[in-house]
Structure formats: structure tokens, C-alpha cells
Design a protein around this ligand. Structure first.
Ligand code: DC
Length: 230
């Protein structure tokens, strides 16, 4: 078996992280949630009042403060999952709030933010043995990844999933507001100038709306084995 790189891209809330985490656990790879990194920068902007309610970012200030943003993934012994830390603070729950979701596509479209985070992601995957999920992993971060997956599901299915996730965490929001956010983020992610969301030519499409998690994991593990075999 050789160590490979696995890129999992696709729309928001279509099960990318579930698939990526399950695969990483099964094969003993490191899982990296690149979306969490864009969410951290967004939360940082909100903490420092660098973003207006309408979503206008003070880019000059953000650029000068960017080197001060430290993002880490730390294993939580209680949940067995990695939590996201922003400058030493556990922000795992806060970065998933609708407040952050509503502004993250704007922050993720800023070229110098992407450049900085792509650099960090490439460093994290340098030694291979990584499963990373996001929007541009197979196209920009790791264009040479041995296995590339592109996940899709309808906006309604994805909004329903996000609704239940938030409800479970006690952050209940109206379904319509979440659906609107999902559609708006799809649009912004697909139409931004730098690294827009698109399927890499060599990516394999998985429609998450049509498969059970078990079926999905089985397919993904089989694809992984084919690529990792010497
Ligand atoms: O996967 P997610 O919903 O947590 O991602 C949050 C946002 O970050 C999403 O609107 C798109 C953006 N993103 C990106 O532009 N590039 C990535 N590699 C990952 C996420």
C-alpha cells in the first residue's frame, strides 16, 4: 500500500465531511476540514469588527492581521473528534452558526485569504496520508491527488441536514433561512473569481441524496483501495 492524497469536494452540507472523516478513520489518515479554516477567518473578522452586517470586509486591515490568525485541529478525547481552535480558543460550535455561514462565502472569495489558507493546507498534506474536504481541493490545493471525489445532493436535502445539525446543537433556525443560505452559498462558491467550486476533470461524482451512508462508505473505501494499491 502506498500513501496517497484524497480530495473530497462538493457543495455545502452534502456529506463531504461524513465521508471524508469515515474514510480517514478507516485507513488511519489525517482528516482536514478546509471549510472550518475559512469559517475561522470569518469568525475572526466578526470578532474584530472587520465585516459589516451587509458583508463588506475591511480587506486592508484583514490582510495586515492575517498572520496573527492561528488555526489548529485538536483531538477531543470526549467526542473522539477533532475540534477547531482559533487562536487557542475552541470555536468548533461557533464557526457552524448561521451568523458565520452567512458571511463565509464572502470571506472565502478574497484572493489573499485563499492564498494563505491554500498554503497552510498544502503544508498539512505534504507528507500525503491526508483526506481533505472543501471546494477546491482536487482543482487547486492538490491537483495531483490520487483520489478525487465530487459530492452532490439537492439544495433541499442539504438544507434539511443543516437544519437538523443546528437543532441538535440547540441553534434552531427557520428551515427557509437555511435553504436560502445554502442556495446563496452555492451561487457564490460557483461564481467567485478565484478557485470557484467546480468538479476536477478526473473527479468521481457521488450523489449523496441517492446513497445511504453505508453504501457511500463502501464505494469510497473500494475506490481508495484501488488507488492505494501498489
Ligand atoms: O464546507 P463548509 O460549508 O464548512 O465551507 C464553508 C465555506 O467555505 C463555504 O461557503 C465555501 C468555503 N470553502 C472554500 O471556498 N474552499 C474550501 N476549500 C472550503 C470551503
Amino acid at each position: 500500500m502506498k500513501k496517497i492524497t484524497v480530495a473530497v469536494d462538493g457543495y455545502s452540507s452534502c456529506g463531504k465531511s461524513t465521508v471524508a472523516k469515515a474514510l480517514a478513520k478507516q485507513v488511519g489518515y489525517v482528516y482536514v476540514d478546509s471549510g472550518a479554516m475559512y469559517r475561522c477567518v470569518t469568525l475572526y473578522c466578526q470578532q474584530k469588527n472587520l465585516i459589516s452586517a451587509e458583508g463588506v470586509v475591511e480587506e486592508v486591515k484583514l490582510k495586515s492581521l492575517l498572520p496573527q490568525i492561528k488555526i489548529e485541529f485538536v483531538n477531543n478525547a470526549e467526542t473522539g473528534k477533532a475540534d477547531t481552535y482559533l487562536n487557542g480558543e475552541n470555536v468548533e460550535s461557533e464557526i457552524r452558526s448561521l451568523k458565520v455561514s452567512n458571511h463565509v462565502s464572502i470571506v472565502a472569495a478574497i484572493p489573499f485569504v485563499r492564498e494563505a489558507l491554500v498554503g497552510m493546507q498544502q503544508a498539512m498534506g505534504k507528507a500525503k496520508g491526508v483526506v481533505m474536504d472543501g471546494r477546491d481541493i482536487g482543482t487547486t490545493v492538490f491537483p495531483d491527488a490520487e483520489l478525487k471525489l465530487f459530492m452532490t445532493a439537492s439544495a433541499e436535502i442539504r438544507a434539511q441536514r443543516r437544519y437538523l445539525e443546528l437543532k441538535e446543537k440547540g441553534q434552531e433556525e427557520p428551515f427557509e433561512a437555511i435553504l436560502e443560505n445554502v442556495k446563496q452559498r452555492d451561487y457564490l462558491d460557483e461564481h467567485r473569481e478565484v478557485s470557484p467550486l467546480r468538479k476536477a476533470e478526473d473527479a468521481i461524482v457521488l450523489d449523496n441524496g441517492e446513497l445511504t451512508p453505508e453504501q457511500q462508505n463502501e464505494i469510497v473505501l473500494k475506490l481508495f483501495m484501488e488507488k492505494a494499491e501498489d
